[in-house]
Write a protein that binds this ligand. Sequence first.
Ligand code: DOR
Length: 428
Amino acid sequence: MATSKIMIKGGRVVDPTQGIDRVTNLYISGKKVEKIGGKTSKGYKVIEADGLYVMPGLVDMHTHLREPGREDKETVISGANAAVAGGFTSIACMANTQPPIDNAEVVKYVIEKAGKAACHVYPVAAVSKGMEGNELTEMGDILKAGAVAFSDDGVPVKNGELLRNALEYLKMFGVPVLLHEEDMSLSHDGVMNEGPVATLLGLTGIPSVSETSMIARDLVIAEYIGGKVHFCHLSAADSARLVKDARARGVKVTCEVTPHHLVLSDDIVKEMEYDTNTKVNPPVRSRDDRKALQKALISGTIDCIATDHAPHAPEDKDKEYNYAPFGMTGLETAVGVVFTELVNPKKLTVKEFVTRASVNPAKILQIPGGTLKPGSAADVTVIDPGKEWVVKTAAFKSKSNNSPFIGNKLKGKVILTIVDGFVKYSEL
Ligand code: DOR
């Protein structure tokens, strides 16, 4: 729906970039935020927002779209539809497509597809050619083509020298490397968290040290070079501790946590009886890890909430636990899961939520968004914190359904998403 002038009336407007958290009106004119506050509604389409939270559009810095290559699982268009249904106005899509986003042509291909998408889509390009870990991609050309960061996510950057060279080169551009941290000699054929639950279930474990040892290595490489590193999907208490210590020494490090690592622990594999929708990399870990991740998110040691939305086809997931691929969808459940567990119980304030799910990811990727300052893009998310809903496959806009939250009752729902002044999702 195209409306040139919109007034979102009487919602709780939360914008940490302006120190705003009050019930007021938000005015949109064309593609821009016009102003916050004021009484006139003449000439505006009025959207009543009594009891609703109005915030800068959410930014997911870690999404897997499967285009090019596996369009049956997700396309740029279907992923963006899932994003706006989940309140995201911007998403960064990872490079592990087929072929990978490892040269300027593939970046341009994704950007062309993104032109028709419901939200802003920013490609993340591979660190290494073919994501094989041997040779750096043509980073200068790739940045010129429009990529916003580099990552071999799905696999780690095994070779320390390659990471060193990437960080050295990217210092010129101020662009971060987004790191999937896993020492594969330690995780090898593991399928879930190493611990008593894995033992009980007879499944091979992935120890948390496979993540923490690589984080430790890359923090010292980043410190030595003075480069910017961002750690994807932290899963272990010790990972957050390492980040905190390094940041205190001045290392340029940021990091993210997924909704599933914040609310699930490895018991879920037992509770859901080997349901492969619980299989994810890194795996959800112990209850203590989960608690520590929540604490680190609340304290700000963890900068961002990111979904790691990883769509998979039923024929791929419908296998024995050992043979199913890692990954779960997340765009459409992120807000409900985080509100149910953290925001509604007041463990995480609304302001902290907006900072972690919008302001910080936009800042880290240096992309527009994360603010409602007058003149900025009218990317706005409206959440009903009290709305109860049940996660249902039929409602997913994503092409894939591999969520462990199907059937869960959640409290907190995105009910309106506006991108560049256009309503892209509405339950009003
Ligand atoms: O579980 C995961 N799935 N972890 C990753 O790092 C990659 C992702 C995928 O692409 O399926």
